[in-house]
Design a protein around this ligand. Sequence first.
Ligand SMILES: Cc1ncc(C[n+]2csc(CCOP(=O)(O)OP(=O)(O)O)c2C)c(N)n1
Ligand SMILES: [Mg+2]
Length: 597
Amino acid sequence: MNKPVDLPQAVTATQRMTASEAFVETLVAHGVKNVFGIVGSAYMDALDLFPLAGIRFISVAHEQGGGHMADGFSRVSGQPGVCIAQNGPGITNFVTSIAAAYWAHSPVVCITPETGSGTIGLGGFQETEQLPIFSKITKFQAHVNNRARMAEMTGRAFDRALLEMGPTQLNIPRDFFYGDVECAIPQPINIERGAGGEHSLDEAAALLASAKFPVILAGGGIVMGNSQPDAIALAELLQAPVACSYLHNDAFPSRHPLWVGPLGYQGSKAAMKLISKADVVLALGTRLGPFGTLPQHGIDYWPKNAKVIQIDADAKMLGLVKQISVGICGDAGAAARALFARLTGKSLACHANQAQRLADMQAEKKTWEGELDGWAHEKDAWSLEIAKSSSHMHPRQMLRELERAMPAGAMVSTDIGNICSVSNSYLRFDQPRSMFAAMSFGNCGYAFPTIIGAKVAAPDRPAIAYVGDGAWGMSFGELQTCVREDIPVTAIVFNNGQWGAEKKNHVDFYENRFIGVNLDKQPSWAAVARAMGAEGHRIEKIGDVGAALKAACAAQKEGKTTVLEMMVTAELGDPFRRDALSLPVRHLAKYKSTMAR
Ligand SMILES: Cc1ncc(C[n+]2csc(CCOP(=O)(O)OP(=O)(O)O)c2C)c(N)n1
Ligand SMILES: [Mg+2]
C-alpha cells in the first residue's frame, strides 16, 4: 500500500487566503517538495510562493521531459510526481509524457493552467481546450471552475493519482490563481486496498493447493504496492518459479533462487519455457498486457490450458486480455498474504514433485545463461554481413559488460530502441523501484528524462539511462537540466548510426529499402555532452565498458553527469512487431517493384 507521506505542517482550519496560497498549501499538505516544469506567466503568482513553501521548482528543457521526470520521480518514490507549464503550448508539450505515465501506472499530477475564464472560447493567446486532449490518458481530470474550489480540486487530483495509480490532470483557468478564498487545506486521503474477495481468495487457494506446476508471474503491482516480501514468502511456500512481467524486471529479486527472469519481448527463455509448463499461473499484480505475452524467440509460451489466477488492483483489468479462472481485485501484497495464510500448513500437491520441479528450473536457467554467454552477436544474415567489416562492439557483448559492472542499488531506465530492448535479457535487479522502461506506450525519448526524475527521488542511488542514438537526439536537451539543476546521472548512448528498431522491419519485410532509418552525419554525442557542461566519453572497446560505467556512476557522487557514447555495430536483434507486419502486397503497376518476392 501507499505509505502515508511524511506530512509537513499544513493549514487545516478554514481561513482567508489567496487562491495561489490555497493551491500551494495543498501541494505542501500532500508532501510535494519538487515540481518539474518550464516557467510561465499563467501560474507565476503561485510559483512565487514555492521557495517559502519548501518546494523546489526544477526548470527543465522541454515540457515532455518535465512530464517524464515527474513519472520517474513517482515510480521511485511511490508518491505523486508533479509537473506544470504554461497554458496552451506548454501544456500540449506534456501529452506524450502523460500518455506514457498512463501506461506505466505512474501517479503523476499534471498541472495545466489554462487560458483565463473570462476569455475562454475567444481564441485569444495560447488557448486550446485542455481537458479533451488529456481525457483518454488520465485517470481523473480536476477542473477548477471556481477559485473557491482551488484547494479541494488540487487535493483531489493528488488523492486520485494514488488511488487509481495513474496520471491526473489539474486544470486551472489562469485568473483563478488570483483573488481571495475562504477554505481549509485538505489533507491526503490514503485508501488502503484490501486483499480482495474472501470467496475468490478461497477459490484461488484451492487451485494453488492442487497445482502440480504452479508458476508466479510477478507484475508491477508488486513494485507499486511495496509487496516484494509478500511475493517472496508465497513463492517460497509453493517453491514456485517466479517470472517477471514485461519490463518489470524489478518485481522479484534476481538473486533469489526462484527468480527465472522476464517474459515478453527479448525476455528470458527460461521464464518462457517454465511458464509454458504451468498448470496454474498466479498473475500477481499484472494486467497481463497483450504485448507482454506475445510469442518470443519462436516460443509460443503462454500456457493455454493452465488455470490462471489474476490479481490486480484495477477490477477492469481482470480477465481483460487472458482468460482467467479466478479474478481477484486487490492489492498484490495483501492478496499474497491472504493466500499465504490460507495455504500455510495445508497439503500442497506441488510439494510432492518439488525436487523435480526445482531441478527443471535450475536446468532451464543454466541453459539460458549459457546461451546468453555464447550469444556474442546477432546471427541473421543481414547482421552478420553488416558487422563483418565493422570494428565496433557487438551490442550484446556490450550489454553483458554493462550488466556485470552494474553498481549495487542501481536504477536503470531504458528507451525503446532495438538495443534497449535486447537489454531486457541482461537487466537484473535485487530491489524494487529499479527499472523504468517506456512500458507499453513505447515512446522514443522516455529513458533519459525519466532517470533524471528518478535521481531527484533517490539522490543516493546510481541513476543510469540506456538510450539509442535516435532517441538520444530527441532527449539530450535535458542534459541542460542535469547541469543547471545539479542532478547527476549517467546516460549510455548506443551509437549504431540508425533508428535500428525500425530498420529491422525494412530488413525483414521490405528487402532493405531503407527510408529515413539511417542517422547520417551525427555529431559526436560525447563532444556534445562536453559542450553542454557534462562529461562525455566515447567507448570503442569492449574491455573499457565496465570501467567506464563504474567511473561514471562514481562521478555522480561528485555531482557529475556523464554521457558514455558506446560505438556499436549496426547489427539488429529480433524485431518488435513481427506479429503486426506483413509482407508488402501491391496491385498498381507503378508500385509492383516493391511487391514481396
Ligand atoms: C516518439 C516515437 N517516435 C517513433 C517511434 C518509432 N520507433 C520505435 S523504435 C525506433 C528506433 C529507435 O532508434 P534508436 O533510439 O537509435 O535505437 P536503436 O533501435 O537504434 O537501438 C523508432 C523510430 C517511437 N516508438 N516513438
Ligand atoms: Mg540507434
